[in-house]
Design a protein around this ligand. Sequence first.
Ligand SMILES: C[S@@+](CC[C@H](N)C(=O)[O-])C[C@H]1O[C@@H](n2cnc3c(N)ncnc32)[C@H](O)[C@@H]1O
Length: 466
Amino acid sequence: MSNRLKRRQEIELQIEKVAFGGKGIAYVDEYVVFVDECLPGDRLIARITKSKKNYAEGYVRELLTPSPLRREAPCAHFSHCGGCKWQHVDYAQQLQFKRQHVEESLRHIGGVSPGALHEPLPAPEIFGYRNKMEFSFSANRWLTPEELKDLEIKKDFALGLHVPRFFDRIIDINHCWIQTEQMNAVLAFSKHYFKQAGIAPYHLRNHDGVLRHLVLRQSFAEQQVMVNVVTSTGLEAVLLDYAEQLTRECPFVSSVYNTINRGVAQVATGEEQILIYGAEVLVEKLGKFRFEISPDSFFQTNSRQAEQLYEVVKQYAEVEGRLVWDLYCGTGSIGIFVAETARKIIGFEIVENAVRDAYRNAGLNGITNCEFVAGDLRFNLMKYAETPPDVIICDPPRAGMHKDVVNTLLEVAPPQIIYVSCNPATMARDLAELTRSYEVVEVQPVDMFPHTYHVESVAKLKKQAG
Ligand SMILES: C[S@@+](CC[C@H](N)C(=O)[O-])C[C@H]1O[C@@H](n2cnc3c(N)ncnc32)[C@H](O)[C@@H]1O
């Protein structure tokens, strides 16, 4: 193509649209250019970093005319942190971008046009909404241009979040706007404590050092925080002292765990989990239901908005007197939320601890019509198909459903399927298959993640007649 751009070329562009992933899209005739961190309406000089036959990628070298959609991002770390991409976009506009992603994914990837695609349900709070944050310790702190001027700042200790595109670079975070003030207080105390104590962060290249992650979980109902320090080796004596001092400073901390991950993969899970202080579980409420959450259990990360999400599922599922399968059920929260009027709920989940939590949570809420099945549901569903369900609710991970599972759904053929998804692209792919027998009646996007480009959706499918 004659308009193909060259790597390192600089070019003036007008941004026309936003793509999933938050990049801006500009056109040079029909040639597409994706530019990081910009908005429709921006006029800019971009520097090209990647050039392909049909498209190129680049970043903003100079912003000539800012888009009228821009606003001041409140977070001091915004320009460098990979956490929130859209803090500089008006919230109403974020919701429009999200609706557009859902609509375009359904149309372009799935060829699906739902009976109705509703306006996204806004989040009740757009800051301080997250109930879980995973910070990383680093022995290789990434310094912003302003920090580079301060010669007092040392590079050998950071506790914060990843710099986009650099797996081993962490930007030191003082205050994170999307977590609660209680979590910010624990973050500040922990950074100070471990720095003073002289405990080395784990080094991702040399594989030495101890501190790996600080995982915080917040209960909005109980106003408590669960703290999990992930280390490469046991650190019990230090953590006993840490817990004592932390709970004096932050009395709302209800437990301190130590997870030991001796492997090289930088993940916040591990082979050993020791309760250093306090309660085994964190208790959160969704609507009138109580849930006990273990350090590793999946739980929707926006507690207040999860209530609205589950209300949509409940309204779409029409479970009265019916047998319901709750696929990818995690700790059983959707099933428990809709169980009261259903005949029976059968939840399927691969993580055994989550299934244990699900039974405990059902008991805690006096719910007796739920059964939970541990294991890969790809192999388990057909064992239960002798009594086919009236409704299937599925809430798969980002990758969507395995095609064998989609085929099982088509074979079991319940009158109604409710598909909950945090990824419009894989939802579109799976719905495309299901529309062989189902009609997509309506889709409700729900904003669980303000200031990011992520969006949750609930799709209601009805079996076609004949
Ligand atoms: C997006 S979460 C949904 C959890 C739950 N519905 C909720 O609202 O909290 C997806 C869940 O699917 C589970 N999962 C992933 N692959 C699975 C599989 N092959 N079989 C059963 N469960 C699976 C994960 O462990 C996780 O708990």
